[in-house]
Ligand binder design. Structure first.
Ligand code: NAI
Ligand code: MG
Length: 503
């Protein structure tokens, strides 16, 4: 048994630097902040300045075990709480998170370098929305009655799986966590989240806030590195389901470990999402759609980023020029500054990876790198992980930039001449997460939408994941769906059949 809570709540704060310091060194286990058992910590760095703003607990198997034990114990009582009441509690969490949107926005901007106005505040708002949505679904955990024989009552019931292990990445950590935690909790599971090394703070704060409403142990969080802290979570015998968002490579490791225990796993992995623009599109709307589709305000760090843009040849040159002009007008700068459109890359490693792609593209014969916007001039930001967005033209379909996920502000554009050819090119990818089509000919658009190999296809828009709409990829982009009622039922419950012979 843990002594709990070991640490008092952290005061609300709109000063993200103070809040980051206050959150330093803790996991959140069994209803309270607890320091890591081995005392080790790692640096959380502000990517806009390179300065350390906090230390995160560097968890290992012992911390994971404490969190899972707490969750396993709490889950038994949680599963007995009427489903609608569980939902009401998750709904109450949403209300609490709404009161903290500004605080969470500043904290996530500080640790990830995502601009406050264009990205961080949006994410924090959507997080509250996701908890609100799932909070209303408690009474949807229904079973069926099955015709079997007149004297036999045959019904199915939905039961929780037990302890869910959730492993999350750093790009939209609060939202990607919410998509796992909200349905898992409403369905009667307890959760242990392993946060991403690059962004452990805002999610920790959310965990604490929600623990003011939820019973202790139902929602725990550990921070640490993947192999030392993530792997023991997947491997823990009491963890009965794993849900993961991140890279394909790590997703396969997680899936193999889950297979060893024969537990179900949901994987949300990468993407190389095509955007297909026909000459009859609404030109200006589509140019601005390309900017949002490519998630330039998130430095392209999105699994659904439109990182391959195919434009029908008659408007290709004009489209490239218009896009370049529009991205040029975006302001790069301090993520916490309201004027900033584009912040920083999350880490040195990611910056090096993105630069590698840009160098390779620039060195390719026949390719042109259209470098956009301008580096910030503020000397305080000179060590910041800024990178100018790049639009590439003239790269062939076999280029690594066309085939691999870059996860940076880099998109490749190519002209096309007919719908069948562009469809084949769009589908010629290991990935199948999202796609968008831009045309006023809905007959063509719908036909292609049916034939694109992707989990989400949008025509004349390219929104991020939305509560209530199933979200998840095909091919190497993942297994299973998130964000919807079906996702909660299929991925966080199992169906039990009960038969009563009334003789
Ligand atoms: P990653 O997949 O290695 O990390 C994601 C999460 O998995 C982190 O919490 C990490 O600690 C954990 N993890 C790592 N190794 C693990 C293991 N052996 N067992 C259990 N958990 C483990 O992704 P990373 O290294 O942050 O980024 C690399 C690339 O992955 C990016 O450049 C991008 O292409 C892709 N990516 C895709 C994301 C998406 O939304 N689908 C999100 C983040 C990254
Ligand atoms: Mg990794």
């Amino acid at each position: 048994m843990l002594d709990r809570p070991q640490h008092t709540p952290v005061d609300p704060s709109l000063d993200p630097f103070a809040l980051a310091k206050a959150l330093s060194g803790f996991h959140f286990i069994d209803g309270g902040y607890v320091p890591g058992r081995n005392g080790a910590t790692f640096a959380v760095v502000n990517p806009a300045t390179g300065i350390e703003v906090a230390r995160a607990a560097e968890g290992d198997a012992a911390d994971v075990d404490a969190a899972v034990q707490s969750a396993a114990k709490a889950q038994k009582a949680w599963a007995k709480v009427p489903a609608r009441k569980r939902g009401a509690m998750v709904h109450a969490c949403a209300a609490l998170l709404k009161d903290h949107v500004e605080e969470l926005s500043r904290l996530i901007a500080l640790e990830t370098g995502k601009a406050l106005r264009t990205e961080s505040r949006v994410e924090a708002g959507v997080v509250a929305d996701v908890f609100e949505f799932f909070g209303g679904l408690g009474s949807e955990l229904k079973g069926e009655s099955v015709p079997f024989a007149p004297n036999v009552l045959s019904v199915t019931v939905r039961e929780p799986l037990g302890v869910v292990g959730a492993i999350i990445p750093w790009n939209v950590p609060m939202l990607l966590m919410a998509l796992k935690v909200a349905p898992a909790l409403v369905a009667g599971n307890a959760v242990v989240v392993k946060s991403a090394e690059e962004a452990p703070l805002a999610v920790l704060r959310i965990c604490e806030l929600m623990n003011r409403v939820l019973p202790p142990g139902v929602f725990n969080m550990v921070s640490g590195y993947g192999p030392e802290c993530g792997a023991p979570l997947v491997e823990h015998p009491l963890v009965r389901k794993v849900t993961f968002t991140g890279s394909v490579e790590t997703g396969k490791i997680v899936a193999r470990a889950a297979a060893n225990k024969l537990i179900p796993v949901t994987l949300e992995l990468g993407g190389k999402s095509p955007m297909i623009v026909f000459a009859d599109c609404d030109f200006d709307k589509t140019v601005s759609g390309a900017l949002t589709s490519m998630r330039f305000t998130r430095q392209g760090q999105s699994c659904t980023a439109a990182s391959r843009i195919y434009v029908e040849r008659p408007i290709f040159d004009r489209f490239v020029t218009a896009m370049k002009t529009a991205v040029d007008a975006m302001v790069m700068g301090d993520p916490l500054d309201e004027k900033t459109d584009i912040g920083t890359i999350v880490s040195q490693d990611q910056l090096a990876k993105v630069r590698g792609f840009i160098e390779e593209g620039t060195a390719t014969a026949g390719a042109t790198a259209h470098v956009c916007s301008a580096m910030p001039s503020d000397p305080a930001l000179k060590k910041g992980l800024f990178i100018q967005p790049v639009i590439f033209t003239g790269l062939g379909p076999d280029s690594r930039l066309v085939r691999e996920e870059i996860f940076g502000p880099v998109t490749v554009m190519a002209p096309f001449d007919d719908a069948e050819a562009v469809l084949a090119e769009a589908n010629d990818s290991e990935y199948g997460l999202a796609a968008s089509l831009w045309t006023n000919n809905l007959k063509v658009g719908l036909d292609l939408a049916h034939r694109l190999e992707a989990g989400l296809v949008q025509i004349n828009q390219n929104l991020v994941v939305q509560a209530n709409l199933s979200y998840g990829g095909v091919k190497s982009s993942g297994l299973g769906k998130e964000a919807s009622l079906e996702a909660m039922l299929e991925h966080f419950t199992h169906k039990k059949t009960i038969m009563v012979n009334m003789g």
